[in-house]
Design a protein around this ligand. Structure first.
Ligand SMILES: [Zn+2]
Length: 1018
């Protein structure tokens, strides 16, 4: 990342420089902190077992009365192991292993009477110009229909592969040749709706009355004419003779990805044109910034906004941007420039406070400029004056990043700093749960050993030899142990705080230190921690006080930073934030299911506020062996820009490396601290809603205690007036933050969009990957307040509505039996169907409540790449791989029918990774990969490939390590054999098939949506 130069600007509010402005963002209100104040009666404490180091025990009284260090303790013998440690660990597969075969009988007639036709629109429609607005004409050529191959009547579920494979190859003139057309159409899909998915959990239910609503855009009235519940009534299904739809003929994500890679891969995307649709997130391309932010920073659901609110309402396509303000740039792209205007700070519009950018129009010989956002005419400050050339452009246009680039930084003045003081260097505090579980599993030792090398690699400012980030250490169970690791000490000192109700930090000097200076003492400490607690019997932990301690430490040191908390169990010890088991599978598929996703109010709510106000980001590494109420425990991380990592039933042998890879990535990430973001827009529309791992004190300021390269904030826009085709629509995202080196900066991203009174322009400029990011986040937020059933209905209805509107307004007339999809959205239904089958939305008692809550929160902070991959995993065939080719293996569709008994496949979705071995896979291949003669010889629980010295092994391992490198999370490799029980885990990611826990196959969903569209159009 470009930690190297950037610049910052003035506060976000309209307040005058020097005052007010900053406060707005940083919740100043001295409301009574829940804890964190000194005072109150002294509490007894029990000393923890400790090793060689000096143990110094303090309590508040001592602290207050300024009696320094009180006693040097001799340690009592730890109590004998008493409490049992929770329930026996259940197998990873427990919850999903044997859902039983999916009911198939309802599905047998599924694909009956489907025809497929292709609307080939202009057979040779040219590829879209790479660096201009996509301008292809929208013609709707007559459909080519094809005679569908006969399907053997109702043999098995269409879910099963044999049935889906076409008995003969489709005619060459077939539909997917039409990929670059304006619209993709399929005839004959309106037929009888195929059999319903199994009723009950996860199936799509009859929409309830009044449940219609929508995400994004404008509320539509209830859609009275959307009856057909997803499972159609079987009686409605009788139809013409059964025919089969060739699965290869329905739009395929893998084709879309491949096509875009062929067209735009390896090319330069220049951002000089307004409303330009960028290559897909999956395409490998290079960006040259020429006035608009790179798509790595901002992507939109459409790059052509409708001119009026009425049009927006009519199409129901959400208008949103997904902003990754700290996105990593590849090495061959220029890092952001930093502009420094010294004490003056950045030039801003007097009225709307937008920062100087390429959308400011200089007039009057360069003495004034008109703001592109609010049209206000401003005087150019004297220091900033420059003459204009014959084009009316400033002659220093190319010398000033803020005049010619989409993204850049300003150095912020003191006006942008807390209390008008320059910030101190940020700090990382490592907080390790040393209760019985973590000691016994070897985790504590693993962490301590890793930190010794990892701390050498803390992120640095570009050009700096060492990191400015300070480090501190805390261990805890029911009490907290702080460590003095000042470089002058021969031995680290431990200080125990047992009063968790009134958390305070017992030392200032020596707690947060420079790693390089204190390396010897820190090594000493990290060596001792595992031994000190080796005999612990303590199984209870606190949690909220641990976070509170971090907040207090940052407050005391007047710095921002991040807590890395390594925690094993639900905090049940008597302390603020104590939790109890409230998991209740009986709530699944009831109106109360939402409570499973809602965090417990009170302590954690207040803690989030405190964290954000003091710039304290929380990353939680969780090692649970049972339910831990992640909905609540992850509440603070999810409001502070932090991440939650979960390793269920952690075992060093199988999960250790996976965890360490995550930890290394996490610690070394490029990151900004104490961040606040504001999105400004030109007149006519504005940002109305925000989704992300952030906190909002008011309706406009997005606060994040920290923001790293993976954090994505999704911003929704609405009209408040008519937009002009001529001037387009502008947005400016300004992120005020503190760098790793402790400098206050403003990072600015600008983007200009087109506006059109033609809906066809909107549909042409849609980006499906961004749309699905928006829908995922809005649906995942909605389930906090609404029954899942309603949320799923809204998703289906809105999908149908968006597509029906296209059909009605943008496609030329054709038979109602044809399904016509806008080219830019032709794979939208696959993603939408996949989204509805994700754990949070599916409503199955077989899924773990914690897993569902975890996924919900993770997705809320994702950018477009991550949601794309999550909702459509890569399934890569390895059995026919060319070991000599540099070309990456081409993924195939995520469907069972792509698997073969002799095949070997790698599947990954950014969170999980599987190596699937067909039962008839070649013994040679198995030998080369595993060094065993056959599948039967494979050991269970293998989680890595052995390092064998042969081309195939090297190739496969390099594919895997390449993926691990590329993704934001590390993934654990799970090796599954066809027909083994764990295969179910793998199969849930075959998202084109019927869901294991409910939800339709892609084909069924498409048919259903088509039926809905037809109903909307009549
Ligand atoms: Zn303005």
């Amino acid at each position: 990342m470009s930690q190297q130069g950037y610049v910052a600007a003035p506060p976000y509010s309209q307040a005058q420089p020097g005052m007010g402005a900053y406060q707005g963002g940083f919740g100043s209100g001295p409301t009574q902190p829940l804890y964190g104040h000194y005072g109150g009666p002294p509490q007894a404490f029990s000393a923890p077992p400790a090793g060689k180091m000096h143990l110094i025990v303090l309590n508040r009284t001592f602290f207050l009365s300024a009696i320094t260090v009180v006693m040097i303790f001799s340690y009592p013998a730890p109590p004998a192991v008493s409490a049992p440690y929770g329930q026996p660990p259940h197998s990873l597969y427990n919850s999903m292993a044997s859902p039983g075969p999916p009911p198939t009988q309802q599905l047998t007639n599924q694909m009956s009477s489907m025809n497929l036709g292709s609307h080939v629109q202009g057979l040779q429609s040219p590829p879209p110009p790479v660096s201009s607005v996509v301008q292809q004409p929208f013609q709707t050529p007559p459909p080519l229909t094809m005679a569908p191959p006969q399907m053997p009547p109702g043999l098995q579920s269409p879910h099963m592969s044999p049935l889906m494979s076409p008995p003969q190859s489709p005619p060459a003139s077939m539909p997917m040749a039409s990929q670059s057309m304006a619209g993709t159409s399929m005839a004959g899909m309106g037929g009888p709706f195929p059999g319903p998915p199994p009723p009950g959990p996860g199936g799509f239910q009859q929409p309830g009355l009044g449940s219609a609503g929508q995400f994004g855009g404008y509320m539509a009235g209830p859609q009275q004419n959307m009856p057909g519940a997803f499972p159609g009534a079987p009686s409605a299904m009788a139809g013409p003779p059964q025919k089969k739809l060739d699965p290869d003929s329905i739009p395929s994500i893998t084709h879309v990805i491949e096509d875009d890679q062929v067209k735009q891969g390896g090319q330069v995307f220049t951002t000089n044109i307004r409303g330009q649709v960028p290559p897909l997130v999956t395409t490998d391309f290079t960006v040259t910034d020429q006035g608009n932010a790179s798509p790595r920073f901002i992507r939109c659901t459409t790059y052509s906004l409708p001119c009026t609110a009425d049009l927006a309402k009519q199409c129901q396509v959400p208008l949103a941007a997904i902003i990754k303000p700290f996105a990593s740039l590849p090495k061959n792209e220029t890092p952001l420039y930093v502009v420094n205007h010294g004490d003056t700070g950045p030039v801003r519009c007097n009225r709307c406070k937008a920062y100087m950018c390429p959308y400011m129009q200089f007039i009057d010989g360069g003495r004034r400029y008109q703001c592109g956002f609010c049209n206000c005419v401003n005087e150019v400050p004297v220091f900033y004056f420059q003459h204009l050339d014959h084009m009316g452009r400033r002659v220093d246009f190319y010398e000033r990043p803020e005049l010619s680039l989409g993204s850049y930084e300003f150095v912020a003045t003191l006006d942008y700093c807390k209390n008008n003081k320059p910030p101190n260097s940020p700090a990382y505090i490592f907080m390790i749960d040393v209760s019985y579980n973590n000691i016994k599993s070897g985790l504590v030792k693993l962490i301590c050993d890793e930190l010794k090398t990892l701390l050498e690699k803390l992120p640095r400012e570009e050009g700096m030899e060492t990191s400015a980030i300070k480090v501190g250490f805390v261990t805890y169970n029911k009490v907290l142990h702080f460590y003095n690791v000042k470089s002058a000490l021969a031995q680290p000192q431990m200080m125990v705080v047992s009063d968790t109700a009134e958390m305070f930090v017992p030392l200032l000097d020596g707690f947060l230190v420079n790693y390089q200076d204190s390396r010897a003492v820190i090594y000493n400490l990290l060596d001792q921690i595992p031994d000190m607690f080796a005999d612990t019997a303590e199984s209870e932990t606190v949690f909220a006080p641990v976070i509170q301690a971090g907040v207090e430490a940052f407050k005391a040191a007047e710095c921002s930073g991040k807590l890395f908390i390594f925690h094993s169990s639900m905090p049940t010890a008597e302390a603020p934030g104590k939790l109890k088991n409230r998991d209740d599978k009986k709530l699944v598929n009831t109106d109360k299911e939402k409570t499973l996703f809602q965090p417990q109010k009170g302590v954690y709510e207040q803690l989030s506020k405190d964290c954000v106000a003091s710039g304290c980001c929380v990353d939680l590494f969780l090692f649970p062996s049972q339910y831990t109420d992640i909905a609540t425990m992850a509440d603070v991380p999810s409001h502070t820009g932090g991440s939650v990592y979960k390793y269920s039933n952690f075992q060093i042998e199988t999960d250790g490396e996976h965890f360490l890879r995550d930890l290394r990535k996490d610690v070394q990430k490029s990151i900004g601290f104490d961040a606040i973001m504001r999105v400004r827009t030109s007149t006519g529309f504005r940002a109305t809603d925000f989704f992300g791992g952030m906190y909002m004190n008011n309706t406009t300021d997005v606060e994040m205690a920290a923001v790293d390269c993976d954090n994505g904030v999704t911003v929704e826009f609405k009209h408040d007036d008519t937009l002009s085709e001529e001037t387009g629509a502008l947005m400016q995202c300004a992120l005020l933050y503190t760098t790793i080196g402790g400098q206050r900066r403003l990072r600015i991203h600008n983007l200009s969009l087109n506006c059109s009174s033609q809906l066809s322009e909107l549909y042409k400029s849609c980006e499906t990957d961004s749309l699905i990011n928006f829908f995922a986040k809005s649906a995942y937020r909605a389930i906090l307040n609404q029954p899942l059933k309603n949320v799923r209905e809204i998703l289906v209805n809105q999908t149908a509505h968006m597509l029906a509107c296209y059909r009605k307004n943008c496609a030329s007339p054709s038979a109602a039996s044809q399904l016509i999809l806008p080219d830019a959205m032709k794979v939208f239904p696959v993603y939408m169907n996949s989204l509805m089958k994700t754990a949070p939305l599916v409503g199955s008692t077989e899924l773990s409540t914690d897993d569902r809550a975890h996924q919900r929160l993770s997705v809320m902070a994702m950018g477009v790449e991550d949601t794309q991959l999550l909702l459509y995993p890569r399934l890569i065939p390895l059995h026919n791989i060319d070991v000599n080719s540099e070309k990456p293996a081409t993924p195939v569709r995520c469907s069972e029918e792509r698997l073969t008994d002799s095949g070997i496949f790698l599947l990954e979705n950014g969170q999980s990774m599987f190596l699937w071995l067909g039962q008839a896979s070649s013994p040679d291949f198995i030998q080369s990969l595993f060094n065993v003669p056959s599948l039967a010889h494979l050991q269970g629980h293998m989680c890595a490939l052995p390092e064998l010295d042969n081309p195939l092994s090297r190739k496969v391992r390099s594919i895997i390590s390449g993926l691990l490198e590329k993704r934001s999370n590390s993934m654990k490799l799970q090796i599954v054999r066809q027909k083994d029980k764990p295969e179910m885990l793998f199969r849930q990611f075959l998202v084109e098939d019927k869901g294991l826990h409910g939800g339709a196959s892609y084909m069924d969903f498409l048919c259903y949506v088509h039926r809905e569209i037809r109903q909307l159009l009549t």
